[in-house]
Design a protein around this ligand. Structure first.
Ligand SMILES: *Cc1c(COP(=O)(O)O)cnc(C)c1O
Length: 408
C-alpha cells in the first residue's frame, strides 16, 4: 500500500515537556522573540516554523495538523475552529469577487448556504451539479471557475464522488479540486486520488466524542502557508482559530480513529444489509444496490469499510419522527444531528441539517420527507440493536409486524 495513514499517524510522537507521553499543551496566546529583528522578519512573511501569536499557529495546533497531514497524505495541514471555519477560509482564499465555483449539489447544508447565499455579497456564483455525472461538471466550468468542490461521500444522500475522474478534469482546466472528507476519514484518502485540498469537520468521526467543534484544511505547504499569511491569509484574517486545549483533545482521540472507523462500518453494514432484506429503502454505499458502490470500492481503503452513515426512508415525516422518538425512548440512540459518536445518532435531514436547501431543490435531488440519517454507533452487540430497532419499526407499522426478527 502506498500510504498507510494509520501507521503514519502512529509513527508521530511528540513527547511532553517532562517526557510525558502526550505533547504538552501550549497555554499561551503570544510568544517571546529573542531579538527585535526576528520579530520584524516574522511579520514580513517569514513565519514558517515560528510562533508569533496563537491565532497564527500554536504548538498544540501544529501537532494536530501534523497528524491530519499524515491522515490525508498531504504535505501539511492547518487546523481551524470548526469545519465551516475551514471551508469558508478555503473558498475565500481561492475566489475573488465575480469568480465562479462548481460544486456538488448534495453537500452539507451550511456549505450550501454559504455558497448560495453568503457569497452573493461578493458576486461569487456557484453551479450546483450532480457530481456523479462528470460530463455535467465539465460543462459547468467557465473561465471564471476557481474551484471544484465536493464531498467524498455526500451529506445526506451518500452520493459517492469519483475523485480520480474529477481530479483529471480539474487538472485539465488547472482548477483546484477541493474535497470535504468528513464522512470518510481513513476509508477514502482524496489527496492520494488527486484532490488538491482536503477539508474535515473534526467535530465528527475524527474527534468522535461529540464534545468539540473543530476543522482542518490539508494540502500543500504553499497553500496552507498562504492561508496563514498575516497580510492576506483567509485563515489568519477571518480568525477561526482552534483553541490549544481543544486541539490536544482531538489529537488524543485520533489515536483510536482506525479502530472506531472499522466498528462504525461493520455495524452500519450489518444494519443496512438486514434492513434491506426486510424490504426497507436503505441507502448505504456498502450495499450492491447503491449507485456509488462500485465507485467507492475502486477508491476506498478496504480495511476501514464503507463508513458509519446510512439512511432509511420510512415514507413520511410523521413516520420518521415517531420512529426516532421511539428509538430514543428505547435507548437505541439519540435524536440529534452530527455524527461519529459512540452512540447511534439519528435525524431527519430535510427538517434539520439540510433545511437550508429549499424544498423544491430537496425534492429534485431525492431528499424525501421520510428520510432518516443514521450515524451508527459502536454498539457491541449489533444483532441486539437490529432486533430492537426492528421491533420499533414493527410497532409503528413501518415494517410488517408479522415478519419474524431472524437476521443473522
Ligand atoms: C458537520 C459538517 C461540516 C461542518 O462542520 P462544523 O465542524 O460543524 O463547522 C462540514 N461538512 C460536513 C460534511 C459536515 O458533516
Amino acid at each position: 500500500m502506498k500510504h498507510n495513514a494509520t501507521n503514519k499517524i502512529q509513527e508521530l510522537h511528540n513527547f511532553g515537556e517532562f517526557g510525558g507521553v502526550n505533547p504538552s499543551i501550549s497555554d499561551s496566546s503570544t510568544y517571546t522573540f529573542l531579538s527585535a529583528k526576528t520579530m520584524f522578519d516574522t511579520f514580513e512573511g517569514n513565519t514558517e516554523g515560528c510562533y508569533l501569536y496563537s491565532r497564527h499557529s500554536s504548538p498544540s495546533n501544529l501537532y494536530l495538523g501534523e497528524a491530519l497531514a499524515a491522515l490525508e497524505g498531504t504535505e501539511t495541514a492547518n487546523v481551524t475552529a470548526s469545519g465551516m471555519g475551514a471551508i469558508t477560509a478555503v473558498i475565500l482564499q481561492l475566489c475573488n469577487s465575480e469568480d465562479h465555483i462548481v460544486s456538488s449539489r448534495t453537500i452539507y447544508g451550511g456549505t450550501y448556504a454559504f455558497m448560495k447565499n453568503f457569497l452573493r455579497k461578493f458576486n461569487i456564483n456557484t453551479s450546483f451539479i450532480d457530481i456523479t455525472k462528470t460530463e455535467l461538471v465539465e460543462k459547468a466550468i467557465t473561465p471564471k471557475t476557481k474551484m471544484i468542490f465536493c464531498e467524498s461521500i455526500s451529506n445526506p444522500l451518500l452520493e459517492v464522488a469519483d475523485i480520480r475522474e474529477l481530479s483529471k478534469l480539474a487538472k485539465k482546466y488547472n482548477i483546484p479540486l477541493v474535497v470535504d472528507n468528513t464522512f470518510s476519514p481513513l476509508s477514502i484518502a482524496p489527496a492520494n486520488l488527486g484532490a488538491d485540498i482536503v477539508i474535515h469537520s473534526l467535530t465528527k468521526f475524527i474527534n468522535g466524542t461529540s464534545d468539540s467543534v473543530a476543522g482542518a484544511v490539508c494540502g500543500s505547504k504553499e497553500f496552507c502557508l498562504s492561508l496563514k499569511d498575516v497580510h492576506d491569509g483567509a485563515g489568519m484574517l477571518l480568525g477561526s482559530t482552534l483553541d490549544s486545549l481543544r486541539a490536544s483533545f482531538v489529537l488524543k482521540n485520533m489515536r483510536t480513529l482506525h479502530i472506531r472507523m472499522k466498528k462504525h462500518s461493520e455495524n452500519a453494514l450489518f444494519l443496512a444489509q438486514n434492513f434491506e432484506k426486510d424490504g426497507l429503502r436503505v441507502v448505504y454505499p456498502g450495499l450492491k444496490s447503491h449507485p456509488g458502490h462500485h465507485t467507492l470500492k475502486k477508491q476506498m481503503v478496504s480495511e476501514y469499510g464503507y463508513g458509519g452513515i446510512m439512511t432509511i426512508d420510512v415514507g413520511s415525516l410523521e413516520n420518521a419522527n415517531n420512529l426516532m422518538e421511539l428509538m430514543q425512548k428505547k435507548n437505541l440512540g439519540y435524536l440529534a444531528v452530527s455524527l461519529g459518536f459512540y452512540k447511534t445518532l439519528f435525524s431527519a435531514p430535510g427538517t434539520s441539517t439540510s433545511s437550508e436547501i429549499p424544498l423544491e431543490e430537496q425534492k429534485s435531488m431525492g431528499l424525501s420527507d421520510g428520510l432518516i440519517r443514521f450515524s451508527i454507533g459502536l454498539d457491541n452487540d449489533i444483532q441486539r440493536t437490529y432486533n430492537l430497532m426492528k421491533e420499533c419499526m414493527q410497532s409503528l407499522h413501518i415494517l410488517d409486524p408479522k415478519v419474524a426478527t431472524a437476521a443473522v
